[in-house]
Design a protein around this ligand. Structure first.
Ligand SMILES: N[C@@H](CCC(=O)N[C@@H](CS)C(=O)NCC(=O)O)C(=O)O
Length: 263
C-alpha cells in the first residue's frame, strides 16, 4: 500500500513524521505545499485536511491527520523498530512529552518562526489585500489571531517573549529527564525524541541556543539526534537548504532584538 505525505519545506511537524517514516525504512512519496502561497487552502487539500495544515498522510487511500497521531499510526502499522516503550507508565510519559510538543512547543516555535522569518517573507510576497485574504482563509480562529498579531507586531509582539519563556521551561524539563536517561523516556529513542528534534533544530537555526545555555545534557542529546538522523540518509531532515539559509539570515539580522527579550 502506498504512502503519500503532504508536507512543506518549513513544517517542523511534517519533519517529525519524516523522521519516523525513515526510521522505519519505509518508502513514501511527498507532495510539497507552499504554505506562504496558500496551497493549504485549496479545495482539494481542504477535503483531505479541513484544518488546512500539513502534514497529512494518505496510506492506501486512507487519510491520517495530525502529526502525533500519524506517528502513532506508523508505529502501530509498521512496528519495527518499535518507537514506543513497552512499559505502560513509560508509554504514558512518552505521550505526555508528545502532548507538550503539540500544546506548547509547536505554537511557541510557530510564533518565533513567523516573527523572525515568515513575516518578512509574507510582506515581500503579498500585497496588504492579499495578506488579509490569506489570514481570512486560516481555518482555526486561534491560529489566525496568533498569526495576525505576530504579523502586526513582529519581534515586538508579547507572544514572542512568552514563547521564549515557555521554551526555556520545556528545555529545562528535557534536561532533567536527560540527566536520568539517555533519551527523553528511558534508554531507547522513542516517538518523544522524534517529536522534539525538528523543533529544537529550528531553535538552533534561529540562533536561540541561549535557551539551553544553562543545561548540562541537552547539547549532547541534540548532537546524538543529529548523528542518528544522519545515518538515516534522509534528504533535508530539518527543512530545505533554502529555508534553513533563510532562517539563519533573518535570525542574524534580529539577533540583538531577540537577545534583549530573552536575557
Ligand atoms: N497539530 C497539527 C499542527 C499542524 C500545523 O500547524 N502545521 C503547520 C506547519 S508546521 C501548517 O500547516 N501551517 C499552515 C498555516 O499556518 O496556514 C499537527 O501536528 O499536525
Amino acid at each position: 500500500m502506498s504512502l503519500l505525505l503532504y508536507t512543506s519545506v518549513e513544517s517542523a511537524c511534517a519533519q517529525k513524521v519524516r523522521l519516523v517514516l525513515s526510521e522505519k525504512q519505509l518508502v513514501w512519496e511527498e507532495k510539497l505545499l507552499n504554505l506562504r502561497r496558500g496551497d493549504q487552502f485549496l479545495p482539494d487539500y481542504l477535503a483531505l485536511n479541513p484544518k488546512a495544515v500539513v502534514p497529512t498522510l494518505v496510506h492506501g487511500g486512507r487519510v491520517i491527520r495530525e502529526s502525533s497521531i500519524i506517528n502513532e499510526y506508523l508505529d502501530e502499522v509498521f512496528p519495527k523498530p518499535p518507537l514506543k516503550p513497552l512499559d505502560s507508565a513509560e508509554r504514558s510519559q512518552m505521550r505526555l512529552w508528545v502532548k507538550t510538543v503539540d500544546d506548547e512547543v509547536h505554537p511557541a516555535i510557530g510564533v518565533l518562526t513567523y516573527a523572525i522569518v515568515l513575516r518578512q517573507q509574507m510582506n515581500e510576497l503579498k500585497t496588504p489585500q492579499q495578506l488579509e485574504q490569506h489570514f481570512e482563509a486560516v481555518v482555526d480562529p486561534k491560529r489566525r489571531e496568533r498569526q495576525q498579531h505576530t504579523h502586526e507586531l513582529g519581534i515586538e509582539s508579547p507572544a514572542v517573549a512568552v514563547a521564549l519563556a515557555q521554551l526555556k521551561q520545556v528545555i529545562g524539563q528535557m534536561d532533567e529527564a536527560l540527566a536520568i536517561n539517555d533519551w527523553l523516556v528511558g534508554d531507547e529513542y522513542s516517538l518523544a525524541d522524534a517529536a522534539y528534534a525538528p523543533y529544537m533544530m529550528r531553535l538552533q537555526y534561529l540562533n536561540l541556543g541561549q535557551l539551553w545555555q544553562e543545561t548540562s545534557q541537552f547539547d549532547d542529546w541534540l548532537s546524538r539526534i543529529q548523528k542518528k538522523v544522519a545515518q538515516l540518509q534522509l534528504k533535508d531532515p530539518w527543512g530545505s537548504q533554502g529555508f534553513i539559509e533563510l532562517v539563519k539570515r533573518h535570525a542574524l539580522s534580529s539577533e540583538n532584538q531577540i537577545r534583549c527579550f530573552s536575557t
